[in-house]
Design a protein around this ligand. Structure first.
Ligand code: BTN
Length: 267
């Protein structure tokens, strides 16, 4: 990443500090460490490559130098925002979508809660991690990892969901610094609408598998299935089961339910 152009792309944003690492274990780990020591809101941690990139559900996240985008943004939610902290992963996903829609005129979908898809395949993942003291939310780190060029696409046997990269969906050249700055700007902007219906509508209009039968797999391997009908104001997923009842789920890994045959958590 070109550092002078990175600073230029970020100069209109309220970013107190940018920490750039050619190589680091994980920008999220670094940002969480910084937060424990009092790092200011919107401090940015960016890496060219990560040796222990973290994904959701304790999975690994690979960052290929020169082909990926990996960064973490420190956020200090207000007490009001803290009541709905589950919305921050969704807001980050919406910021990524709005950015690529405006820069590249393409239309990604969001696989709840925050995987971003192009052509039905994942090209961007988000891991929001929080620090709590007793009942109080001290701060959050929004970590965003994106496959930009083909070299960043992980092999099929390393992913649960088919993967793609941004370059495969646009003919325009991809400027990583512009993309990063625009996503950060998007997060800051969406935050001002976080507790409004507009935010929920904007998110929901990009939701993948709406109206389709899906399966939600929990960390313990437990699973629920039903037709995806939307999200709640807290960002929980709504599934309408076979008995006609709708349940809200705060977490899980979403899979498309096979149309025929048995459901299997491995699909
Ligand atoms: C997922 O889809 O499982 C979430 C992936 C999140 C990866 C990003 S890359 C920048 C930040 N640092 C990390 O260690 N993880 C996040």
């Amino acid at each position: 990443m070109d550092i002078p152009s990175l600073h230029k792309a970020l100069e209109h944003l309220p970013i107190p500090a940018v920490h750039y690492f050619p190589e680091i274990d994980s920008t999220n780990r670094q940002a969480l460490d910084g937060m424990v020591h009092g790092t200011s809101e919107y401090t940015l941690y960016i890496a060219e490559t990560q040796t222990s990139g973290r994904g959701r559900s304790n999975r690994r996240w690979i960052t290929t130098p020169g082909a990926s985008l990996a960064f973490s943004l420190v956020i200090h939610p207000s007490p009001e925002e803290g009541q709905k902290s589950g919305l921050f992963p969704l807001a980050s996903a919406l910021a990524v979508c709005l950015t690529v829609e405006s820069l590249y005129r393409i239309h990604p979908e969001i696989k709840w809660p925050n995987d971003i898809l192009l052509g039905g395949k994942k090209w961007c993942g988000i891991l929001v991690e929080s620090i709590w003291r007793s009942e109080r939310l001290m701060g959050m780190v929004a970590g965003i990892g994106a496959n930009l060029a083909q070299d960043s696409i992980p092999p099929d046997d390393e992913v649960l969901f088919p993967a793609t990269c941004l370059a495969d969906h646009t003919a325009n050249p991809i400027n990583a610094t512009q993309l990063l700055a625009s996503i950060v700007e998007g997060i800051i902007h969406i935050r001002s609408e976080l507790l409004t219906h507009r935010f929920l509508d904007d998110y929901q209009s990009r939701l993948a598998f709406l109206g389709e039968p899906v399966m939600l797999v929990g960390t313990g391997g437990d699973f629920a299935d039903g037709v995806l009908t939307g999200i709640t104001e807290e960002g929980c997923l709504l599934l309408k089961g076979r008995q006609g009842f709708t349940n809200a789920y705060p977490a899980g890994d979403l899979r498309l339910r096979p149309k025929k045959g048995r459901f299997s958590p491995a699909h």
